[in-house]
Write a protein that binds this ligand. Structure first.
Ligand SMILES: *Cc1c(COP(=O)(O)O)cnc(C)c1O
Length: 497
């Protein structure tokens, strides 16, 4: 393992690799392009011959669990393994490990925030670890990722007695949620396949709102038709207007997310529509870069805890995968403890966790303000259980009142949280009360969407219009007459309080 090599060897490897790179660059400029296949490429790298990296790194679909010999090209339209199980994108880790950790750190750091296509994207700055085989011109990107890691200093100190609390603001993104990270990967691959002549007339998904917003935006950017199945009256206005504005065919169906998911799977089996749900492991490749980015933002140190709200449960696995790749390639030395936070109204993972993973049972998801995680039968349940067992993980839940209070409380320290982030914050609160998470543990809460997508429920909270909720932190506007003394009255009462 590279991580076990001593520092001296690593420095030498860096020097050798850099020298090889220099030569590779020069020979490419001279028009001498190595045409080696992957094995030749590896041999060449070891002997410091010029590298053709496009051929050196590769990834493929393999069954998530099961037969290791079963594999498919990423250019195939396939969603399930022969046995009907989930697929996973597997990278040639041996090829990636030819380069020492210092090489990857320097490469990733150098690309942040530049306009060089496509590396200025937080996802594509990690291109070799995401979809190494895709041509730069096939990539569909809005320079997603590179979201800020916010030090929640005041919230941590005053409300939770914590000194090292961070919120990864993944919702500060093109369509307002972290779904952009995965969608750039998936739509890029679809774009490539269409250019190769694959008969894919459109991309489609079932969605709790954010997936359809991201899919329709990226599809529109590439000029690919998109179709989205939405549960009628269960998504926010902002989430509904996004695919409409981006020109998607929007089917508003009188069912819940699980019902939409069943329908889209039947439809994509009949028509040449590419399925863009997180059942599709291509999306997880993009999502995982947020975890790599967290390591990078901490100067390649791993936090103690990462708390993520979970619904369909692809993301807990995607984050795990990002951390695991960093560890396996020696960029970091350990994994964080992963925590999934679920809404109590849609908590099948929490129930299974409480029973010691004894038996998973789907539930009928009840309505929740955290509408993106109102899922009772998560597609990625096996992936999630794997990620949690590998990281000594935890599952917590939050009631409607707990999530809205936690979001509102944290808003009072300058954030503007969506209800899903509220679920994660409420879980954090419980883990602090249980003294599972200690005051100085470095903890990252994944904020998954922008609060502005969820103004409806937030306004209702502050106007105390939410049935059954006390709205403890409500701060409604004060209605005042157009009159100086009336204004002064309000100010003196409020300021002297
Ligand atoms: C999709 C989504 C989640 C949950 O991700 P899963 O992979 O489905 O568990 C959480 N929050 C928001 C805002 C989302 O859009």
């Amino acid at each position: 393992m590279l991580s076990q090599r001593n520092a001296v060897t690593q420095t030498k490897v860096v020097q050798r690799t850099r020298a090889a790179e220099g030569r590779a660059g020069r020979s490419a400029r001279a028009g001498v392009r190595a045409n080696a296949d992957a094995d030749l490429g590896k041999a060449a790298a070891r002997e410091n011959k010029p590298l053709e990296k496009a051929n050196l790194f590769s990834a493929k679909f393999t069954p998530f669990a099961g037969d290791a010999s079963e594999e498919y090209s990423l250019d195939e339209v396939i969603y399930r393994s022969k046995s009907g199980g989930l697929l996973d994108v597997t990278h040639d880790m041996e090829a990636l490990a030819i380069y020492p950790p210092e090489y990857w750190k320097a490469l990733f750091d150098e690309r942040v925030g530049k306009t060089t296509w496509p590396y200025g994207s937080g996802v594509w700055s990690k291109k070799e670890w995401v979809l190494p085989g895709i041509a730069d011109e096939d990539i569909v990107s809005m320079f997603e990722g590179n979201s800020n890691l916010f030090w929640a200093e005041r919230y941590g100190r005053e409300y939770l007695g914590m000194s090292d609390l961070w919120v990864k603001q993944c919702g500060n993104s093109h369509t307002g949620s972290f779904k952009d990270l995965g969608m750039t990967a998936l739509v890029s691959q679809v774009n490539r396949m269409r250019k190769m002549g694959k008969p894919l007339s459109a991309v489609g998904c079932a969605s709790t709102g954010d997936t359809s917003a991201a899919l329709s935006a990226y599809a529109a950017a590439a000029g690919i038709p998109s179709i989205v199945f939405l549960p009628a009256d269960k998504i926010s206005v902002a989430q509904l207007v996004q695919p409409i504005a981006n020109g998607a065919l929007v089917l508003s169906i009188d069912t819940d997310f699980d019902g939409c998911m069943r329908l889209i799977r039947e439809v994509t089996a009949e028509l040449p529509i590419y399925l863009a749900n997180s059942l599709n492991s291509l999306r997880l490749e993009g999502q995982k870069t947020a975890a790599i980015e967290i390591c990078q933002q901490f100067n390649w140190e791993v936090p103690d805890y990462v708390i993520i709200p979970g619904g369909n449960l692809g993301n807990v696995y995607a984050f795990f995968k990002g951390f695991k790749m960093c560890k396996d390639l020696g960029l970091v030395d350990r994994l964080p403890r992963m925590v999934v936070a679920q809404a109590a109204n849609a908590n099948p993972l929490y129930r299974a966790y409480k029973k010691g993973w004894d038996k998973f049972e789907a539930v009928k998801a009840e309505p929740t303000f955290a509408s993106a995680i109102q899922i009772g039968d998560p597609v990625s349940i096996d992936r999630a259980i794997y990620a949690l067992t590998e990281t000594n993980g935890i599952v917590e839940e939050a009631t409607e009142e707990e999530m809205m209070d936690a979001a509102a409380e944290a808003d009072l320290t300058g954030m503007f949280n969506c209800p899903h982030t509220g679920v994660a914050l409420a879980a954090l609160k419980k883990l602090r009360e249980q003294q599972v998470i200690a005051p100085s543990d470095r903890t990252v809460v994944i904020s998954t969407a922008h609060g502005l997508k969820f103004t409806h429920s937030k306004v209702a909270y502050h106007e105390k219009r939410l049935e059954g909720l006390e709205s403890r932190y409500a701060n409604p506007p004060v209605v005042v007459k157009d009159d100086f003394s009336a204004v002064m009255d309000v100010l003196s009462t409020r300021l002297n309080k």
